[in-house]
Design a protein around this ligand. Structure first.
Ligand code: TXA
Ligand code: MG
Length: 321
């Protein structure tokens, strides 16, 4: 396949992108979280092409993006808790796992064969325009090969998938830089499957009910069991977590006050977690050079967005298969 066309985030580029998606092609586009690898959610071939391009294990279901809450209601059953969360946090970085409606028109492959469906209304003007112009739900996992870092710039997508997809809409850097929070409403109480910018405290406050947390690794716990922790957000270099400084040959991913240097990136010199989340994948990409002995990562507080950042870092540090 020739290298993906880079499309501008204006009407011309968006119309071209929407047409490609309608034709079953794959188009990467920016969302407020990370870049998504988009395909027509009603087209099994397009969904299969997503799995193929990502080399993603096919049992791992995809998030389907829709323009509005009422569109979500066409495809999945929305219990009262789902409506409450959607009204509060959509459009935005929250994915809801819901029961598929019997007449759901979304590819089963996107649900990886399950009776559930993950839905999200994104809050990025380019993503929203693409959904409206394309007039269909768009399945979009993060636009990276399976096991690699999630992309927060069009250039990341081009480097990882540029020879496998039709086009990339370049909308600049992603505002949040971490994938959406994923909440399953199939279970009661609701279960947080993946931490993100919408924190457990925000969810609990909205629901008026404690939210259950899917098992994550506790701070300092080492990822021993492969089932407990799939190597998922992995740079090529080895990560050493909770480091105070870089060892010989190592690059340093700093947080808070730290020395500067050629092989140092600082997630946030003032210790701001929102900035750190937005910088995380881009800085890991920059440090992940073949000539380093590994990446030493300074400790990140286990609060708020720090939970999601540490989740990604532990996965990135997990043993590879
Ligand atoms: O921020 C995001 O969510 C980005 C942007 C592009 O929207 N998308 C994204 O998609 O991160 P993906 O496919 O890389 O992550 C999907 C996550 C996975 O952890 C998957 O297991 C979970 O959502 N998921 C999807 N459908 C599910 C389902 N039916 N049941 C349980 N988990 C599901
Ligand atoms: Mg992903």
């Amino acid at each position: 396949m020739p290298q993906a066309a880079i499309l501008p985030p204006h009407l011309g580029g968006l119309t071209k992108a929407a047409k490609l998606i309608q034709e079953g092609e794959l188009v990467a586009f920016p969302t407020e979280t990370v870049y998504g690898l988009g395909g027509d959610a009603g087209n099994d071939r397009a969904i299969a092409a997503i799995f193929a391009a990502k080399e993603r294990p096919s049992f791992n279901p995809l998030i389907v993006h829709v323009a509005t809450l009422s569109q979500a209601a066409l495809h999945a059953e929305l219990p009262p808790a789902a409506v409450a969360l959607a009204r509060r946090f959509w459009p935005g970085p929250l994915t809801l796992v819901l029961k598929r409606r019997p007449d759901c028109a979304i590819s089963r492959l996107a649900s990886a064969g399950m009776d559930s469906l993950a839905l999200r209304v994104p809050d990025h003007p380019v993503a929203r325009a693409l959904l409206v112009i394309g007039q269909r739900p768009i399945a979009a996992p993060s636009a990276n090969r399976s096991g690699r870092l999630s992309p927060t710039l069009a250039a990341h997508v081009a480097a990882d998938l540029g020879d496998r997809i039709a086009a990339i809409i370049d909308g600049g850097p992603c505002r949040i830089g971490l994938e959406s929070s994923v909440v399953s409403l199939i279970a009661d109480p609701p279960l947080l499957l993946r931490p993100g910018a919408i924190t457990p405290a925000m969810l609990t406050e909205c629901l008026g009910q404690e939210i259950a947390l899917a098992p994550q690794l506790a701070a300092g716990e080492s990822p021993l069991s492969p089932g407990q922790l799939a190597s998922h957000y992995a740079p090529r270099a080895k990560l050493r977590l909770d480091a105070q400084a870089a060892g010989p040959g190592e690059a340093l991913l700093a947080f808070g006050p730290a020395p500067e240097g050629e092989r140092v990136r600082n997630l946030s010199p003032i210790g701001d977690l929102v900035t750190a989340a937005a910088n995380l994948f881009a800085m890991l990409h920059e440090l992940d050079q073949p000539n380093i002995a590994g990446i030493a990562v300074m400790p990140i507080p286990e609060t708020g967005l720090g939970l999601a950042i540490n989740d990604r870092l532990r996965r990135a540090a997990a043993p590879r298969d």
